[in-house]
Design a protein around this ligand. Sequence first.
Ligand code: ADP
Ligand code: MG
Length: 484
Amino acid sequence: MGPCVQVIWEEFLKLMKEEAGSQVVETWFKAVTLHAWDPATSSVTLKCPNQFISQWIQDHYHLLLKTHLSRLFHTPIVSLAFENHSVAQGSKRNIIPASMANQTTTLEITHEESASSQDQGPLTVTQPYKNHLPVKQQRSGKTLSDQLQSHYVFDNFVVGSSNSLAYAAAHAVSDSLGQIYNPLFIYGGTGLGKTHLLHAIGNEVKRNYPQAVIRYETSDQFINEFITSIRHDRIQQFRAKYQSIDVLLLDDIQFLSNKEQTQEAFFHIFNTMHEQHKQIVLSSDTFPKEIKGLQSRLKSRMEWGLVADIQMPDLETKITILNRKAAQHAIELPLNVAHFIASRIISNVRELEGGLIRISAFATLVKQPITIEMAKKVLISTTEKRHEDVQLETVIKTVAKHFSIAVHDIKSKKRHYEIALARQVAFYLMKKLTLCSLQIIGKFMGGRDHSTVIHALTKVEKMIKSDHHFSQKTKMIEQDIAMQ
Ligand code: ADP
Ligand code: MG
């Protein structure tokens, strides 16, 4: 896949995320790549991890694919072809029974399908997301909509040691608005439940205080509305809107990074709301102090109330989450399968749900109960692909970025503390995320022998256990790599 085509695919994934939700992208598109683009025939080839996923995408998302790819390539797409990793690697791994498999992998685009479907459920196996309506059109109403999603509530949030502080604080805040923790600041890696908790607070407040004006917003929306208000000379209305709000739930605040003017506007909104004891809840992927490009006066305000983190749940909590999601959607999930999925999926809860949806969709398709063999087959190509895909180059570049150190310094023999630490983290993540041997890793890192690598691994493992911030940072880098 050329760099240009890759950029287009990333753009497409962003659009899909906005329209169909990140769960759909996580479940069906994450392991798919845009393999080829032929301008002469206006045809696109997608590479999927297995036949099941390609079939599902063809059945449910071809209209979205066609619409957005046509726009992104600036020409109507005439044909969409699908290639499968599993087919290329031998029929052994072709997981759809022959009788079920659709042999035609090229899909001619038809123009009949209407873009009107509006399913909005949280996790649907039989009716996947088909929300083709752009978000903007949904909130064009005059009165301020709260934008709350009713399915994110406290009741279906599974509590374990990884998230109990954030959960308890969120609950407390919704019982006594603006009184105890203001702001409440929730931080943690992607897919760990921050957005869920923000909505849960909103939904709970709605029950407890029916008169309260609640508003959930992503920071992206906040930025866009601010920019639009400036462009149309409507800054007064913009301010007035926030003056009318009693509970502001602002998600992914890290996106305000380097947006000076927006930060200024937010600073004033924050102060006004805070003075009036109106509740503010913020989320971010890192601790306030670690958000780069954020004014320090904002950082310090974010720590005025309570800062609570969310971590990846432990195995037991993951199993409980899976069982809860399965029950919620009437999926029969045997315990050994739940255990298998939970131990196989390590990075976040969204991915956990994605795995469950894929397995359940597969079971529905072949009309058989879920078994461990089935789960193995359905998960194998996506999880394995990730390992093969992670390259040493990607690891070192990402580590360099997070430590703000040059790649060649990490590879050098320099002993400066930060450089040595970045080098050790790189060793650790290379071993963890790639299939390379210690020798190959040592060679790649400027010709070091494997005992140096082992020393680094032991040190990083120790630090992860003893130093919370270091462990957070390492996890963040790992997630960043997994997203690439
Ligand atoms: P984030 O905002 O941190 O990226 P989300 O809140 O979007 O993560 O969570 C991703 C998915 O995982 C959502 O569908 C959410 O319901 C689910 N989820 C995360 N944590 C939990 C939990 N503890 N219990 C139940 N579901 C959870
Ligand atoms: Mg979120």
